[in-house]
Design a protein around this ligand. Structure first.
Ligand code: 5GP
Length: 216
């Protein structure tokens, strides 16, 4: 996949927090993976969770898998920037990694639910751009969950029931992308990230750049 290029000139800018949410099965994980593969300036915020590890997942890469006790300790120590209960498990974003990335002007991707998105938007409004991915239909969502088949029938049924509740939060996001075609949806998300990086208010380095430009 072609690497996403930024302007060759290094004009100082703040790190961007790209928040992506969707119901399970809408294609968010694939879009996120493609985005990370194609964009060296973007790194994934690896969440902590009390959910059981799925067969294909690696501890420390997809999540940090914790016991409830370990999760509660982090939460009570204020080490989580946001946290939420999703599908009867706890999930949270480690604060330290994010704060360091923002300070260094590095961009981070957050694959989190609407509760987490709201918390990050409240706390760090100017740094966050939020994107909601919608499935083209509920029938398609159902068949994608079955095709994935990593979860039991019971878990799939719970996730479908929760999908509608998640979708109701679409209007709390800056951008909404319908994933009817993976390549197109991925292209749309990539364009959003590219455009948001160019926003004037995220680029304090422009002041010096333009001053020097005009003094040439
Ligand atoms: P899964 O168990 O399928 O990996 O994730 C279930 C849901 O939890 C997804 O919607 C995912 O985006 C969300 N999620 C994952 N990590 C976090 C997190 O750190 N915080 C919040 N609020 N949600 C998360």
């Amino acid at each position: 996949m072609a690497d996403q290029k930024e302007e060759a000139l290094a004009i100082e800018r703040r790190g961007l927090m790209v928040v992506i949410s969707s119901p399970s099965g809408a294609g968010k994980s694939t879009i996120s993976r493609n985005l990370l593969d194609s964009d060296r300036n973007l790194s994934l915020s690896v969440s902590v969770t009390t959910r059981k590890k799925r067969g294909s997942e690696i501890d420390g890469i997809h999540y940090h898998f914790l016991s409830e006790r370990e999760f509660e300790r982090l939460r009570d120590d204020d080490a989580l920037l946001e946290w939420a209960e999703v599908h009867s498990n706890f999930y949270g974003t480690p604060r330290e990694d994010v704060e360091k990335a923002m300070k260094d002007g590095r961009d981070m991707l957050f694959d989190i639910d609407w509760q987490g998105a709201l918390q990050l938007q409240d706390k760090m409004r100017g740094d966050v751009v939020s994107i909601f991915i919608l499935p083209p239909s509920m029938a398609e969502l159902r068949s994608r969950l079955h095709r994935r088949a990593e979860d039991s029938e019971e878990v799939i049924a719970t996730r479908l029931a929760n999908a509608k509740a998640e979708i109701e939060h679409w209007h709390e996001y800056d951008y909404v992308v319908v994933n009817d075609d993976l390549e197109r949806a991925f292209g749309a998300v990539r364009s959003i990230v590219e455009a948001e990086r160019l926003r004037r208010d995220r680029r304090p380095g422009l002041f010096n750049f333009v001053t020097e430009l005009l003094s040439e």
